[in-house]
Design a protein around this ligand. Structure first.
Ligand code: IMP
Ligand code: MG
Length: 187
């Protein structure tokens, strides 16, 4: 079957903030930054699903250390673009992370509540070390004092979708990251 070329801007976006190629390049350099810190050590990746699925799968393929993978599911958003406050744990760790080096991976650091909630939870398991990595950082929206150790891109205060990020569970499959058309911003 003959495949049609993909449009550079998916129809649902009014603007592309980061193209697939830009993301790929940054993921590669980010992996090198992570590698520079861990050396050859083994570490455990903890991915915050669903948002961090694509980022995690691309990032971990660029890392040649021995790694283990676990996932945590937290919910902080309903079908909306604004946080509903306290994150809730939907499903927790399955691996034992005591005395292990842990790297938490999330798609975006926004108010900071999710990452603060998750890092507190992980610390209770007494890891050897705990670091955090986010693809996107919306600094202007921060409500709690938390920064990630590794940041892919700092972005302006706009609601974005694609590459794992959703609006009401849609648009996660877009290969780029961009701003949703205003007429689509209702569930
Ligand atoms: P925080 O707890 O406010 O830092 O929010 C973190 C979570 O909210 C992320 O893991 C995302 O799932 C979600 N989120 C925050 N901003 C956006 C956005 O612009 N688009 C899609 N999801 C977002
Ligand atoms: Mg998320």
């Amino acid at each position: 079957m003959k495949l049609k070329p993909k449009p550079t801007r998916p129809r649902s976006l009014s603007r592309v903030l980061l193209s697939g190629a830009q993301i790929r390049r940054r993921v590669r350099t980010l992996a090198a930054e992570i590698k520079a810190v861990y050396g050859e050590e083994e570490f455990t990746l903890i991915s915050l699903i669903n948002g961090a699925v694509m980022f995690t799968s691309d990032l971990m393929r660029e890392i040649d250390n021995p790694v283990r993978l676990d996932c945590i599911r937290v919910s902080s958003y309903g079908a909306n673009t604004i946080s509903i406050g306290t994150p809730q744990l939907i499903s927790s760790l399955t691996l034992d992370i005591r005395r292990r080096h842990v790297l938490v991976i999330d798609d975006i650091l926004d108010t900071g509540k999710t990452l603060q909630f998750v890092t507190k939870l992980i610390r209770r398991h007494r890891p050897a070390s705990l670091r955090t990595c986010v693809l996107l950082d919306k600094k202007a929206r921060r409500q709690v004092a938390i920064e990630a150790d590794f940041v892919g891109f700092s972005i302006p205060d706009e609601f974005v979708v694609g590459y794992g990020l959703d609006f009401a569970e849609r648009y996660r499959n877009l290969p780029c990251i961009g701003v949703l058309r205003p007429e689509l911003q209702h569930a």
